[in-house]
Ligand binder design. Sequence first.
Ligand code: DC
Length: 220
Amino acid sequence: MINIAIDGPAGAGKSTIARSLASKLGYIYVDTGALYRAVGVNAMRSGADTKNPEQVCATLDGADVSLRFVDGEQRVFLGEEDVSVAIRTPEASMAASNVSAIPEVRAFLFDLQRDIAAKNNCIMDGRDIGTVVLPDAQVKIFLTASAEVRAKRRYDELLAKGMQADYNQVLEEMIQRDYQDSHRAIAPLKQADDAVLVDTSDMNLEQVIETLENIVKENI
Ligand code: DC
C-alpha cells in the first residue's frame, strides 16, 4: 500500500490539501486529529477533566471510537453516534490537544491508524504520522504557515460554518495548542528527518496543491 504522511500544526491547511490530493489520487484521506477529538469529546461528556490523565484514562474503556468512510469521506463515530460535526468546536480542539499528551490515549489510537494504512492507499494527516505512526511512509510532508495566517484561516472557517469566533481568541488558542502539541513528552509535533517542508504562508490553495502533487510524483 502507498502511504503519504502529512504533518504540521493546526490550521496549516493539512485537511483541505490532503482531501483534495486524495481525491485526485483515488486514495482515502485519514484525518487522525478527528480521533483525538473524539476521545476528547467522549472524556468531556463523561465529566472528566481532559488535562487529568487518570480521569481521561478511566473513560477509554467505554470510548468506542471508529472511522467509517462514506463515499470516500471520513466520518467519526462514538459507538453508533456520528460525531463528525460535534468534534469541531474550539472546546473540542483544546480537549483533543489535552488528551493527546496522554500516552495511554496515543496507544489506544495507534493500532486503528496503522490498520487503516496497512489496508489502504491513503493520505494520513496529523502531528506524528511521519515520525511515529507511519515511519516508512513513501512520502512525508511537513506543512506549516505562520501562526497569524493559520489563525485567520481557522477564523474564516468557523465563520463560514456559522459559528461565532473572535480572531484574537482563535490566535491565542492556536499558539497555546501549538506549544502543547510540540512540547509534550510523547510523539510531539515535529518534522521527520526525511519529510519535505512546505511553508504555505504566502501560497494560495492551488499553489500548495501543485507543490504537493509534484512532491508526490517525485517520490512515488
Ligand atoms: O489536527 P487537529 O487540529 O484536528 O488535531 C486536534 C489535536 O489532536 C491536536 O491539537 C493534537 C492532537 N493530534 C495529535 O496529537 N496527533 C495526531 N496525529 C493528530 C492530532
